[in-house]
Ligand binder design. Structure first.
Ligand code: ZN
Length: 83
């Protein structure tokens, strides 16, 4: 089942504000994910825990994908501004 969260916005100003809010939320998630990744790397190195190190690698994949999503938002934003 497909589920959409994006509201139907007709005004360009509202759409612009909505995109800014979405980017801010994405940056917050990236900050949390990146912080947890660093904490897991440090904890894994200090305790010698392979589980923490491997989960840090897993968090890196999440962080990498979120970064890609932020880049795509930026491209969409620039395209929207130029048209
Ligand atoms: Zn995951």
């Amino acid at each position: 089942m497909i589920h959409f969260h994006r509201p139907k916005i007709k005004s360009q100003d509202l759409l612009h504000k909505y995109r800014l809010i979405e980017r801010r939320k994405l940056k917050t998630v990236m900050t949390i994910t990146g912080t947890m990744m660093i904490v897991e790397v440090i904890g894994g190195l200090l305790t010698g825990s392979l589980a923490l190190l491997s989960d840090a690698g897993h968090m890196f994949t999440h962080f990498f994908c979120l970064r890609g999503q932020l880049c795509s938002y930026s491209l969409c934003y620039k395209r929207g501004m130029s048209s």
